[in-house]
Design a protein around this ligand. Structure first.
Ligand code: C2E
Ligand code: CA
Ligand code: CA
Length: 336
């Protein structure tokens, strides 16, 4: 993008003034603050801020790569930037025209080996850019406080799938779906969930709400109340990515969760230390009356270990990656 090239050139000339200094985030931020007004004039108010923000992030990335090559920046990161701007300007159309698809990833009950439920995850199939995974659109929409549009669309998609399955006389599995911290501020997410559940004749115990550990980090009163509010309405609240942040235990003390999802980092490094940690998380959760899911289960060995550790549910590519509804039923035939 023109603006990125402009930024990089200007940034380079700016750095010349500081030849022997270390590159620091503070310095690049300073640069952008100095030129913010200028960019507003050049690019107009509406898109400036998001482009500006993306450029800053990207510039940091290129610095992390030791400023290795502007070419890399132009080709790869400018493309990512372009997609980000596209996503921000097309989110409403993506919902309206169903570019946003709902994929399901099964959670298998470890004791009886049956499909217990699915996590609903979104994919953006774009007419111009093709298949986009969540990392291409969720962070940009989160930064813009618009990710609630995706989350509501996912729930709506589940409602439609439930209706379709009901008509075919098939049983519908419950789901857990992801909400962001910004959903709580950007819209009345409670009402939106309630409306969708009612419209499709779902019951509240078919829809579980996943909130990531990082969203809960500061244990703010507002989040504690949000979790309570979901509970009062009759929804389960699940803690996502348990153990990935710095204050998991603290969060567990302040919030009441129905389920914790143990982050897949513990299975990635599948050594004795990780196993001891997972075993004890499962034991602690059990004593607290909380069920456990382990994410990222890729091998039979990991699954066998989780069974022995007393974990309740397993999610991962050993069973299936996230897939569209029709594929899910084919893959899940042995687990129904
Ligand atoms: P998450 O909620 O932690 O979702 C689990 C991610 O792990 C998914 O990535 C899934 O594809 C991946 N995964 C599952 N099993 C395995 C495995 O065995 N091995 C490996 N390596 N990966 C596995 P995905 O679908 O790309 O989603 C990434 C993140 O994007 C999600 O992480 C979630 O935080 C966010 N996200 C996805 N869809 C939505 C959405 O509709 N709304 C919101 N707010 N966030 C979403
Ligand atoms: Ca999740
Ligand atoms: Ca997770």
């Amino acid at each position: 993008m023109k603006f990125n090239i402009f930024s990089v050139n200007r940034y380079e000339s700016y750095l010349k003034k500081y030849d022997d200094d270390q590159l620091t985030g503070a310095k690049s931020l300073h640069y952008f603050m100095e030129h913010y007004e200028e960019s507003l004039k050049q690019f107009g108010k509406s898109q400036s801020l998001s482009i500006f923000y993306s450029s800053l992030v990207n510039l940091h990335n290129s610095i992390k790569l030791k400023n290795a090559s502007i070419g890399y920046y132009d080709d790869q990161l400018a493309k990512a930037d372009e997609i980000r701007v596209h996503v921000l300007s097309q989110i409403d159309q993506a919902c309206r025209d169903n570019w946003l698809k709902i994929y399901y990833q099964p959670l298998i009950d470890i004791q009886n080996m049956k499909l217990a439920e699915c996590e609903a995850l979104s994919r953006w199939i774009d007419p111009r850019y093709g298949f986009l995974s969540p990392d291409k659109f969720i962070p940009a929409l989160e930064a813009n406080r618009e990710v609630y549009k995706v989350d509501c669309h996912v729930l709506e998609g589940y409602g439609q799938d439930a209706e379709f399955l009901r008509e075919k006389g098939k049983e519908i599995f419950p789901i857990s779906f992801n909400i962001s911290r910004t959903d709580l501020e950007a819209c009345n997410i409670y009402q939106k969930i309630e409306d969708t559940v009612a419209r499709y004749g779902l019951s509240r115990d078919q829809v579980h709400i996943e909130i990531t550990e990082s969203a809960l980090n500061d244990s703010s009163q507002a989040m504690v109340e949000a979790v309570q509010h979901f509970h009062d309405l009759g929804y389960q609240v699940w803690m996502d990515d348990f153990g990935s942040g710095y204050s998991s235990l603290n969060v567990l003390k302040d919030y009441h969760f129905d389920v914790i999802k143990i982050d897949m980092v513990f299975l990635r490094k599948f050594d004795d230390r990780s196993k001891t940690i997972v075993r004890n998380i499962c034991r602690m959760a059990k004593e607290l009356g909380i069920r456990t899911v382990c994410e990222g289960v890729e091998t039979q060995e990991q699954f066998d270990f989780l069974k022995e550790a007393g974990c309740n549910l397993a999610q991962g590519s050993l069973f299936s990656p996230p897939v569209p509804l029709d594929e899910l039923y084919k893959k899940m035939a042995p687990y129904l």
